[in-house]
Design a protein around this ligand. Sequence first.
Ligand SMILES: O=C(O)C1=C[C@@H](OP(=O)(O)O)[C@@H](O)[C@H](O)C1
Ligand SMILES: C=C(OP(=O)(O)O)C(=O)O
Length: 433
Amino acid sequence: MGGNKTVDSLKHGICGEIFIPGDKSISHRSVMFSSLGDRAVRIRNFLNAQDCMSTVACMRSLGIQIDQIGPTEFIVHGKGLHGLQEPQCIVDAGNSGTTLRLMMGILAPQPFLTTFTGDASLHKRPMGRVIKPLSAMGAHIVGRESAKFLPVTLIPTQKLKGIDYQMPMASAQVKSAILLAGMYADGETRVTEPYTSRDHTEKMLETFGVALDKEGTSITIKAVDSFHAPELIEVPGDISSAAFWLVAASIISGSELTLRNVGVNPTRTGILDILIDMGADITLINKRFSGKEPVADIVVKSAALHGTTFGAEIIPRLVDEIPVIAVAAMFAEGETVITGAGELRVKETDRLQAITTEFNKLADCIIAAEDGLTIKGSAKLKAASCLSYHDHRIAMALAIAGAAGAGVTIDNAECVNISYPEFYATLETLRNR
Ligand SMILES: O=C(O)C1=C[C@@H](OP(=O)(O)O)[C@@H](O)[C@H](O)C1
Ligand SMILES: C=C(OP(=O)(O)O)C(=O)O
């Protein structure tokens, strides 16, 4: 597929301002929830990237009119909780696990048939984690290898019933699928996770007038009969995209960046905690709210980092940032040890394997464990050609390692379009400032 990209070593610190594009998780949810709402919703600062456009395409194929009125502005004409229509074709979730798993939660209770497909990566990712609890609620779902993988078909079922489900892993996608199905189920649906994962679904359900009962890491939802959409959803910037600049500015001496409009929901700010723990110079300014989501501008200056240790409890709060945290650790003094991160093996690619194999081509300093990484810091990086495995976060982390080190060539580099289409252009702007 796609082409190679060479990122040269930066010769100076990176300075100035970056406006961070919309949050991927919140963008997905804004379109899904608005489609089920009772009036048209205007969505601003939507992430116009491949994953979120997969959600738009899925909802359109279910009969929802979605108008794009600007590069990042959309109007979703919701048809209510029971307004979705049977799709005429197989629905394609592309590369997006969030699209597929949340849509299964919405569609399992619908009185029509839906078949999902996706790209090669999504065909390898585990879907049993969603199909199992939805089936326990009475959904009828079939899929490859005894309902573990795509392709998956949701067969019309009679009314679902609530369950009390103990999740085996912390996963916002699984939690969200169960809560969304729970809106349509008889009785109460309760879901408990081992550690708290991102809570954007809970916050947006509350924005749409749904009452949730929260206790520790458990959330209970009851059947919902009205879903009151707000007029406007303003999506905050994605801290998972800001993460690349937080690390770049920290490790490239002479840097000072202001990252504008970053979502700082505490269930997502593990990257800030870890970088600050490593000695990073990070300040939050202009703290405010966008709906129920906290937002801030972040000032980051270069600093001498040192290694750290972290494990299972914080992983859900930084799960997508581990590739770029590994880059920070390569430049830090001393060792960094990450444990409890087995979930990285079932992302767009096996990220623990991809980090170890590809980052070690730049400097042989990383050892993988079954559920984590040990990274020896103060590595002397050399230039190399590395594989992205068509994984956007691996490609962007490699680009930051190359820019801060001695350069890198990345294959299938365009996969950044999955979550951050402007990434390379922003990097070039910083180079030329
Ligand atoms: O709910 C979401 O929007 C997401 C949840 C996380 O996945 P898991 O739920 O599989 O941990 C994360 O990795 C993904 O990028 C987005
Ligand atoms: C894992 C990711 O997304 P998804 O699960 O939606 O494919 C990600 O963006 O890093």
